[in-house]
Ligand binder design. Structure first.
Ligand code: ADP
Ligand code: MG
Length: 310
């Protein structure tokens, strides 16, 4: 199943702000007026360097934080304001998160089957013990783990296997959206590709959408239908992977793309990296508004900048 752009967006983030007051006089504007959409079955890649606000966006969407302002709509329900019990229940099943460090997010004293089955237990999503076991076995098979793994503990697994457990735990309830926050960043490069391919296969089968958060553009390019480029809490540019890679508009996007190593020594020798320094760029992110470049490709800047850059 591919992304379906004719349907209504599954997730719509409009003008999201997440501010953290750290002292009487200083507030961290971690997320500053961010808007984007994720369609059913789509993978939306959110990229940006460390500290750009990626995790905060994910956490605000899934309501680990209460957004400072802005509106988030998920599957027809507004989920940014006060949540009714039914909306909260729906959210807890249909939106799941996979974290960077599976060792830290998996309870070390619990068996794999109970870690994976936790969501089922909370929401009573089985008729009897046997159905619970069957569901756990089926999801283990789907993520490439064996039945025997069900009775083991997290420390008995490799990093890649543990991330498969994290994926199984997120997917067992058939969520419509999975927020994957740097879920492959801690893995060896060879294992990264395996896990990303697994996520792609599962998406084909189930039609789940991913908000794929990462600082490394090469994997994002491979898995994402569309990409959003984040810097200092601002979403500077968004578009299809093709649009962003073939025609980057924002100087920050250009510098980010120029930093990706190419697996070709000739190319690599001649690679020109573009330096970008916000402080000396003359650009003020707070003044920018969304400008349509083409298709689904938008850049956030002033009218003057847009004229100069396109
Ligand atoms: N709870 C918090 N309190 C204060 N500042 C925070 C908090 N969480 C994140 N930040 C700050 O917000 C910015 C964005 O952080 P984060 O979303 O974790 O970025 P990323 O995931 O892109 O690395 C950083 O400057 C970070 O220090
Ligand atoms: Mg982060």
């Amino acid at each position: 199943m591919a992304a379906n752009y004719n349907e209504k967006p599954l997730l719509e983030v409009e003008g999201l702000k997440q501010y953290f007051p750290v002292s009487k006089t200083f507030t961290v504007k971690a997320v500053n007026d961010v808007s984007f959409k994720v369609y059913p079955g789509e993978t939306y890649g959110l990229v940006g360097e460390s500290g750009s606000g990626k995790s905060t966006i994910g956490r605000s969407i899934i309501r680990l934080y209460d957004p400072t302002s802005g509106k988030v709509t998920f599957d027809g329900n507004v989920i940014s304001g006060k949540l009714s019990k039914s909306t909260k229940d729906k959210l807890r099943v249909q939106m799941q998160m996979i974290f960077q460090d599976p060792m830290a997010s998996l309870n070390p004293r619990k068996k794999i089957k109970d870690i994976i089955g936790e969501g089922l237990d909370i929401h009573h999503s089985y008729k009897n013990k046997q159905e619970r076991e069957e569901k756990i076995e089926a999801i283990l098979a789907k993520v490439g783990l064996a039945k025997e793994h069900a009775d083991r503990y997290p420390h008995q697994f490799s990093g890649g296997q543990r991330q498969r457990v994290g994926i199984a735990r997120a997917l067992i309830q058939n969520p419509k959206l999975v927020i994957a926050d740097e879920c492959i960043s801690a893995l060896d490069v060879s294992i990264q590709a395996q896990v990303v391919n697994l996520m792609k296969d599962i998406q084909e089968e189930t039609g789940t959408a991913y908000l794929f958060i990462a600082h490394d553009l090469s994997m994002v390019k491979y898995i994402s239908d569309r990409i959003g480029v984040l810097h200092l809490g601002h979403l500077l540019e968004t578009g299809t992977t093709e649009e962003i890679f073939s025609n980057p508009i924002h100087p920050y996007t250009k510098s980010l793309l120029s930093a990706i190593p190419v697996p070709n020594p000739e190319f690599e020798k001649n690679r020109v990296s573009v330096n970008y320094d916000y402080k000396t760029s003359g650009i003020d992110y707070d003044l920018g508004t969304e400008h349509l470049v083409d298709g689904t490709h938008y850049v956030k800047c002033t009218d003057e900048e847009f004229k100069a850059w396109t």
